[in-house]
Design a protein around this ligand. Structure first.
Ligand code: UT7
Length: 329
């Protein structure tokens, strides 16, 4: 039974970006060689993105997750062997199976201690992961969770499709959540509507040794944009209501980093000053499930997010899925 005085507290955060930083101009030059036209001006004006990082050919999602996790474990000051729940949010797993979480558990040298599994909610994956870990911890089932968003989206980008390939990047972010009587995750809200599955998808599968369908990301950008702007405000208000807080109580908003225009619109709708929003989309691009924990870690390490402050995280993505959590840091 859930214990009402038990919270999941963020003990530490970590992140990792692969070293290959690709500016808009670098990308435009590469694409021009194959006859695909884009420009730094277009990408900045429409998205706020200036650069993204791409994993090297030999780096997998679990490799990125490993370094982010090690940084979070170090920041939390815990023994990795005490981690009894690993949740990896990813849409670009190393394999069909086993899960990236199991591969990561092994890379961390943790053996047979609790559960490890992936969650698949695309860009909302980290919000789903935090809400899931919080439910496990509050139920008393687990004590110390490692929640990671990790992606190698460059592997599913069609570099002949300029409407998508300029938007995404690779990276990983992680948090350690631990059972505590001090407030941590205050409330979460999750949603899904599968009737919108076709507006953002990678509609392929492995079938008899080959890929059936498409292994590339497809997106109806304008449909996603409209839906995102609508649901992000609603889910933020829902999570705040559950936490018995209002937007004025929020010190930091960490939205999914897909497009600065969507982020600014959410901030305006919540009547939050733009200075209270953590923005990393310019340097990271859209790293899907990794974007929120990457931004979280950046703002913890540069001293913006302080102990005792209220942080609102929220994500939206393929599925269609969306979710938010209010966290007392
Ligand atoms: O992470 C999951 C959530 N994903 C999102 O939140 C993404 C949501 N969608 C968006 O962020 C925006 O819809 C995009 C950034 C994808 C596109 O911005 P937009 O303002 O909706 O542009 P658009 O699709 O209306 O395209 C405008 C023009 C078109 O040309 P015409 O038809 O007006 O002549 C496109 O062909 O821009 C053209 N275009 C480009 N031009 C240069 C599209 N992509 C590019 C490009 N470079 N990379």
């Amino acid at each position: 039974m859930a214990q009402s005085n038990l919270y999941s507290r963020v003990l530490g955060t970590g992140s990792y970006l692969p070293p290959d930083r690709v500016t808009n101009q670098d990308l435009a030059d590469r694409l021009a060689k194959q006859g695909v036209e884009t420009s730094d001006e277009w990408i900045v004006a429409r998205t706020g993105i200036h650069a993204r990082h791409f994993a090297s050919p030999d780096q997998t999602t679990s490799d990125l997750a490993l370094i982010a996790s090690q940084n979070a474990i170090e920041a939390a000051g815990i023994d990795p062997q005490s981690i009894d729940l690993i949740i990896v949010a990813t849409s670009t797993p190393d394999f069909v199976f086993p899960s990236t979480a199991c591969l990561l558990q092994n890379k961390l040298g943790i053996k047979n201690n609790g559960a490890a599994f992936d969650v698949q909610a695309v860009c909302s994956g980290f919000a789903y992961g935090v809400a899931t870990a919080d439910a496990f911890i509050r139920s008393g089932a687990n004590r110390t969770a490692l929640v990671i968003g990790a992606e190698t989206f460059s592997r599913i980008l069609d570099f002949n499709d300029r409407t998508t390939c300029v938007l995404f990047g690779d990276g990983a972010g992680a948090v350690i959540l631990q059972a505590s009587e001090e407030p941590g995750v205050l409330a979460s809200a999750l949603h899904a509507d599968g009737s919108y599955s076709d507006i953002l998808c990678t509609p392929g599968n492995v079938n008899r040794g080959a890929i059936a369908g498409s292994a590339f990301l497809h997106m109806d950008g304008q449909a996603v944009f409209k839906l995102a702007v609508n649901v992000l405000e609603k889910v933020a208000v829902e999570a705040l209501d559950k936490a018995k807080l209002t937007p004025e109580d929020i010190d930091w908003l960490i939205p999914h980093q897909a497009n600065i225009r969507i982020m600014q619109s959410t901030c305006r709708k919540l009547r939050l000053p733009q200075e209270r929003m953590v923005v990393t989309v310019g340097e990271h691009g859209n790293t899907s499930a990794a974007s929120i924990p990457l931004a979280f870690d950046v703002a913890v390490r540069d001293g913006r997010i302080q102990r005792g402050q209220n942080v609102l995280i929220e994500g939206v993505g393929g599925g269609f899925t969306w979710g938010a959590s209010v966290i007392r840091y």
